[in-house]
Design a protein around this ligand. Sequence first.
Ligand code: DUC
Ligand code: ZN
Ligand code: ZN
Length: 492
Amino acid sequence: MADYDLVVRGGQVASGFGTMRCDIGIRGGRIAALADRITDGAAVLDAGGLLVLPGGVDSHCHIEEPARGGYVGTGGDLAVTVNEESFRTASTSAFAGGTTSVVCFVPQWKGEGILPRVADYEQRAAKGMLDYSFHQIISDPTDEVLEREVPQIVAKGIRSLKVFLTYEPLHLSDEQFLKVLVTARRHGCLVTVHCENYAAIKWRTEMLLRAGMTAPKYHAWSRPIVVEREATHRAIALAELVDQPIQVFHVSCAEAAEEIARAQHRGLKVWGETCPQYLTLTAADMDRPGFEGAAYMCSPSPRTVEEQGRVWEMIRRGTLDIVSSDHCGFSMGGEAGKAVSGRDAPFRDIPNGIPGLAARLPILFSEGVSKGRISLEHFVRLTATNPARLMGLAPRKGVIAIGADADLALWDPKKRVTIANPLMQHAIDYTPYEGLEVTGWPVATIRRGEVVMRDGVVQAEPGTGQFLPRAPYDFIAPRGVLADGFDAAPRA
Ligand code: DUC
Ligand code: ZN
Ligand code: ZN
């Protein structure tokens, strides 16, 4: 019998800290050997001329997420809808783009607990092919939810709580946010935060609509940079008060990133994420005829080309250390999706979100590595190693090391591709990146030792994705620095 189930031969193996030429021996779904030459494999995959990267870890994706009201300014009609990207289609899309694990969102609806939603979401996720963990959204932090239910989901291995500081049906007051921070601290969770000021956006939206400024492009006018900067500052301040580590999601601008940089400089455990849309799209994309601009509408809004340059600088400095997709697709055609309130609906009623699961790695590689903005090692850290580490999935995920899951993306750094929707292999009927030319493309994806994508063809058995329980981990432990030394939220 062969020593290894699969040998990946002759590639340039890239880690977050350097690159080496070696073979990879895989046994039982894990990396069992890294050596100059490994001969004893039951199967061999030739990686000559290719890079071998850790499979992408996308720590911010909305997949098959049931929503009541959804990601719109009004809260919608509070009908329950399910995000059209299923775990099966998302798995295909992720593998097509070199990603093998995701962290996605269990919803909470006001007036209800979280346990039924977790049970429902577990069943949905189990039908996919990619490995997954969950963030738990908290939109109604009652004592029952925080004191009785959160400990139960933490025991299952869900170790991040997500809060929104905007969106009608989801946003928390400062008092509610503090309660979530306290709960997270007690139970060893990370808190991830959508930072935009709810009241400011509501007020601006009302003023814009009253002035007849209803087109998609006014979405950006309803939430200028100052609303993101203010909420980022406030989130950091409240997290500091509680001594609770947080990650600020989808940072779109330097002013918000500077708040994070200042916090990091003071030693706070605050991390910042950005997304490809803030590096490639602008608010002008929403200024297209009729309903077309809706295709680029996400929150925070894409900004300007100058702002993209500033966000790159914050990536280079390390302030923003994770690039996720915030994949949240709504199709442009049909009567659900973006047009759920009609094609002439005011921007307030158009769902926020764009698809990007498959495009994330090629865009970041091309715009980052191929264009010389970041090194290959930095790319690996941003897209795999750092998200795995922050989410408590390392060293099982996000690295190429002995004992780690054999999740790999074989990457042709020279391949030139023009992004087109069929290549994304998702359920959404468009990609906001249509026509973007990239250099660098995944030619094979391996998930736990199984080749699940080759030359764009995805083959994987539905139901083979695994839940990734997250044990307690020190990386997100509070610092133990408390105002006046008073611990208002002792750890459980
Ligand atoms: N932003 C989006 O654009 N969509 C989903 C949620 C979010 O915060
Ligand atoms: Zn968000
Ligand atoms: Zn999101």
